[in-house]
Structures are given as C-alpha cells and as structure tokens.
Design a protein around this ligand. Structure first.
Ligand SMILES: [Zn+2]
Length: 115
C-alpha cells in the first residue's frame, strides 16, 4: 500500500492537489542549461500549511519524453515547446538550485530546436 509523505510541521498526510504535472529535467553545464527528459508527477500538498512536493508517478521512473527516445531530438524539443507554451502544469528539475536563474536558457534552447 502506498502511503504519502507526512508534513513535518503539521504531522498529517499530504494529499494530491494536482495530477499529471510535467517535470522537465535539465542538464547543467558552464555553457548551457538544457532539457534532457520529461517525467510525469503528481503534486502532493499539506491540507493545513500548503507545503507541496512533486512525486514521480509509478514504480519505474522512466521519462515519457527524452531526446534519446523514439522520435529523436526534433520530436523531443517539440514536446518541450508545447509544454512551455502552455505556461502551466509543469516544473523544472534542476541539478543545482542556482540553475533556477538560468531558466530562460531552456526556453531559448527549445525555441531554437523547433524552428
Ligand atoms: Zn503542513
């Protein structure tokens, strides 16, 4: 049986607050911040204090989109482009918290690849 996390502050179980969120995993280098995989996750939130976490779906955490999977890079960047266009229901998975400031690079990267 699956048990959700317990909120450390309120000591109650987290509840699903949003389903099927796209998580864009990025690879970070000195030169660029690139999207590499996309996973599906559900957002779990504390009903009391609203602390939230994204939990990956399923037991085998395979990306549903990747530049190395069928369709190749072109199809992958089309997927990234349509997620970014939507502007909601996605989040990034950064290697480092400082990568958050470089998010525009991911968007620019996706735009370049789908043109
Ligand atoms: Zn709480």
């Amino acid at each position: 049986m699956f048990l959700p996390p317990v909120c450390l502050r309120c000591q109650v179980l987290l509840e699903v607050s949003r389903k099927n969120v796209d998580v864009i995993q990025t690879k970070s280098s000195a030169k660029a911040l690139e999207p590499v995989n996309v996973y599906k996750a559900d957002v779990w939130s504390c009903p009391n204090c609203q602390v939230s976490v994204a939990m990956f779906q399923g037991f085998v955490h395979r990306p549903y989109a990747s530049e190395f999977r069928s369709g190749g890079k072109g199809k992958f960047f089309e997927t990234i482009g349509s997620i970014l266009e939507r502007k909601i229901n996605f989040l990034y998975w950064f290697e480092r918290s400082s990568d958050r400031k470089r998010v525009r690079e991911v968007e620019r990267h996706a735009e370049e690849k789908i043109q």
